[in-house]
Write a new protein. Structure first.
Length: 108
């Protein structure tokens, strides 16, 4: 593409140049589906669960804290993390939440 890494271009602009018109709702839907899949795993010591929920101890650098998966999930669903962890077990309800969140992102 020949776009410099220091060029301040939005992802949407680059996708339009490439000709890819994948709506953001598809990305939201895939991320929420994968989140539900990982959280329903029965293993308590799953590395994936620890990474997504942020249970990995680390030293934080200076500046703003990084945006995490949990922040995205709670923003898209408008629910607390405790409520989300209860709702993922009802697959039909979770599917409804995923479709509503992806539709809202497409409408923006």
């Amino acid at each position: 593409m020949g776009i410099s890494w220091v060029a301040k271009k939005a992802n949407d602009e680059i996708l339009q140049e490439v000709g890819d018109t994948q709506p953001p709702g598809i990305l939201v839907k895939r991320k929420l589906w994968y989140f539900g899949h990982l959280m329903r795993k029965t293993e308590d010591n799953s590395l994936e669960k620890d990474i997504i929920t942020g249970n990995i101890p680390r030293n934080r650098r200076r500046g703003r804290p990084p945006r995490s998966w949990i922040n995205d999930i709670t923003d898209w669903t408008d629910m607390s993390m405790d409520k989300i962890l209860q709702m993922i077990w009802d697959r039909e309800y979770w599917r409804d939440i995923v479709y509503r969140a992806s539709k809202v992102c497409n409408d923006k």
